[in-house]
Design a binder for this molecule. Structure first.
Ligand code: ZN
Length: 326
């Protein structure tokens, strides 16, 4: 970045009361309603950092292994600094990511940024606070300050199944050491520049995409899920309609296509090219069409699944339809 990450420590001081949050996920109950498949057992949503893959020179991805509530985590290595993109949910996941980053960084400065301020992407960031620099866009910081504690409490009580709620024990909303304003900033990692682009309100307030131009790699966060029903996180009262903008989301996907990255790391699911951005755009268009036809909810869900029969996590269909039907 052009500014000095070592400044603005006061934000960190303010952050002791803050926690890091991310978006909301469908409840187990809504998943069962959506699929009518009976009891659903979720694997524990912890980042498994044993298998970080080098997807381009000096760019590593800790894959989500298609486990719900686990994000794809990125580690981008420069000669001076290492940028970590998302850290997962809970202390153990974030510590595993931090340990991997330390190993790859071998003494370099570590910087953490988030694709967006939703719990499974950043509710472990406090682990990075002592030794790393935490760097978000302004909208993410504002979102955390405004809604972070509510997301933390609501996510634990209403999203995580009882057996996984301990993952949020001891988690605090963690504010950044520094933020940037405006549409983009550049971070010099040493020998390579990373572009951080603020999308604004789309999947969440403060969505951010992270581009590594020298490698043609782009981290899209939850603007893109691959072969997983895109997460329109309309879970009132935890997340209301004012914190989602599907039109802006659609435009952001067009913007990603225009950037023409060789490789996209989605928030969840497998890596791909621009076709995975196009798939999400097509899905959002299909939802518009299905809702415009005005069938009842059950028929609309069936129609979505008929069009995308191989996609996973059907529990994300009803919130998307409900958002559009308001
Ligand atoms: Zn999210």
């Amino acid at each position: 970045m052009t500014t000095d990450l070592t400044t603005n420590r006061r934000h960190l001081m303010q952050a002791s009361a803050a926690a890091l949050i991310t978006g909301a996920l469908p409840t187990v109950a809504s998943a069962q309603e959506a699929t009518d498949a009976g009891p659903t057992t979720y694997p524990q949503p912890s980042v498994d950092a044993r298998f970080a893959a080098e997807v381009a020179p000096g760019i590593f991805v800790i894959p989500d292994q298609r486990i719900p509530l686990v994000p794809n985590v990125g580690i981008i290595v420069g000669t001076e600094r290492v940028l970590v993109v998302d850290c997962g949910l809970g202390v153990d996941s974030a510590e595993a990511v931090m340990e991997t980053a330390r190993r790859l960084a071998s003494g370099r400065e570590i910087v953490l940024t988030l694709t967006h301020a939703h719990p499974e992407h950043g509710f472990g960031a406090q682990v990075f606070a002592p030794d790393a620099q935490i760097f978000y866009n302004r909208a993410q910081a504002d979102h955390l300050a405004r809604a972070g504690q509510g997301l933390l409490d609501g996510f634990r009580a209403g999203v995580l199944p009882a057996e996984h709620q301990f993952l949020l024990d001891g988690i605090e909303v963690t504010m950044p050491d520094e933020t940037y304003d405006g549409a983009e900033t550049r971070l010099d990692l040493g020998g390579r520049e990373v572009v951080l682009r603020s999308v604004g309100l789309a999947h969440s307030p403060g969505d951010q995409i992270i581009e590594v131009p020298d490698a043609g790699v782009l981290f899209a966060g939850d603007l893109i899920e691959e072969r997983i029903y895109p997460i329109v996180p309309y879970f009132p009262p935890l997340i209301g309609a004012e914190d989602i903008d599907l039109l802006a989301w659609r435009m952001a996907l067009s913007g990603i296509e225009e950037l023409a990255p060789a490789l996209i790391v989605p928030g969840h699911g497998s890596l791909g090219g621009v076709e995975i951005a196009q798939d999400v755009a097509g899905y959002l268009d299909a939802l518009d069409e299905i809702v415009a036809n005005g069938a009842d909810m059950e028929m609309m869900i069936a129609e979505v699944q008929r069009r995308y029969p191989t996609w996973e996590q059907a529990n994300y269909i009803p919130p998307a339809l409900e958002y559009l039907r308001r």
